[in-house]
Design a protein around this ligand. Structure first.
Ligand code: ATP
Ligand code: MG
Length: 286
């Protein structure tokens, strides 16, 4: 049976095939605010709409994407970076047609320049098979993640209404802004108790950005605090698949629909540099 996603993919093909692979990093300042759950379910929702999605767990050492989807991988991004596996070997099948790369652990600090050159070559060939590559980042930033972030096309910042989370979200955005003022920011307010609280969370952050950095940001959406998330996590089923009628699944679906509509509108004039070219430039032309 040809699945629904495949049908949709075919229908959408005319439009999607013209699109360059878009790289999105999902970040937060504070940890545990819902990045991985968001990244995974956002990816699944896009995939169901016919987009080809690769999600990469960038939280090397603490990665848990595969746990969230009840899978386990014997090959991880670490095997690729240290040269023991090819990129194709570490790309696994996830739910709802998504592909994923697991985070793994034990990456030695230095990846040789020689290895880096072949890494970017492999990435070039492989990444163009996807419409979106979603990087689920670890909490906070270090110098390396920060530089890596400069290669993506969009940064999604997840925050909760807690002042500590907002403060840390602002800090990471400030860091990114200083290095790359052009990189678009999309804000998600997660775990809100009401729409009002969500709107306040988004405006608080966007107002501070405007005031101190003279920086615009886009409201990507508001997601409720919903106990079905932790139930889904415990059962190792992504929350949109666990219960597609839960308030969080409905809110996420709405967020994705609006995101896609917005992208479709901006597509004609949008000619970004490919993620891998940017990555290469960052590694080799410093
Ligand atoms: N919208 C939500 N409603 C209720 N609980 C949530 C929601 N989002 C996240 N959680 C809870 O927060 C926990 C952490 O979520 P998640 O692992 O996605 O965060 P994270 O930002 O990726 O964490 P880390 O910084 O450790 O990578 C989940 O296991 C779940 O219990
Ligand atoms: Mg995480």
């Amino acid at each position: 049976m040809m699945d629904q996603a495949e049908n949709l993919r075919k229908k959408l093909n005319g439009q999607i095939s013209k699109m360059m692979t878009k790289a999105i990093a999902v970040v937060s300042g504070k940890g545990g605010v819902g990045k991985s759950n968001f990244s995974l379910n956002f990816s699944i929702s896009l995939s169901k709409k016919g987009y080809r999605i690769l999600i990469i767990d960038m939280d090397v050492g603490m990665g848990n994407l595969d746990i969230l989807m009840g899978r386990s991988s014997d090959k991880t991004i670490v095997d690729f970076l240290n040269g023991s596996s090819s990129l194709k070997d570490i790309i696994m099948d996830g739910p709802a047609g998504i592909k994923y790369i697991s985070g793994g652990s034990g990456l030695s600090k230095l990846v040789s320049t020689y290895r880096l050159a072949s890494i970017t070559e492999e990435l070039d060939a492989c990444f163009e098979e996807f419409d979106y590559i979603i990087f689920d980042m670890g909490a906070g930033v270090n110098e390396d993640t920060l530089k890596f972030l400069l290669s993506v096309h969009e940064v999604f910042v997840i925050t909760t209404p807690e002042p500590t989370s907002l403060m840390d979200a602002y800090s990471i955005m400030k860091y990114i802004h200083v290095l790359q003022p052009e990189l678009p920011f999309y804000i998600v307010a997660n775990r809100v108790n009401s729409m009002k609280e969500g709107q306040e969370t988004i405006s608080r952050l966007s107002n501070v950005l405007k005031k101190f950095l003279d920086r615009e940001s886009t409201n990507l959406g508001i997601l409720p605090d919903d106990r079905s998330v932790s139930q889904a996590v415990r059962q190792q089923i992504p929350f949109t698949l666990f219960n597609s009628k839960s308030s969080i699944s409905i809110a996420l679906e709405d967020l994705v629909t609006r995101y896609i509509q917005q992208k479709t509108k901006e597509m004609p004039s949008y000619t970004p540099i490919s993620f891998v070219s940017k990555l290469r430039r960052f590694f080799f032309e410093r």
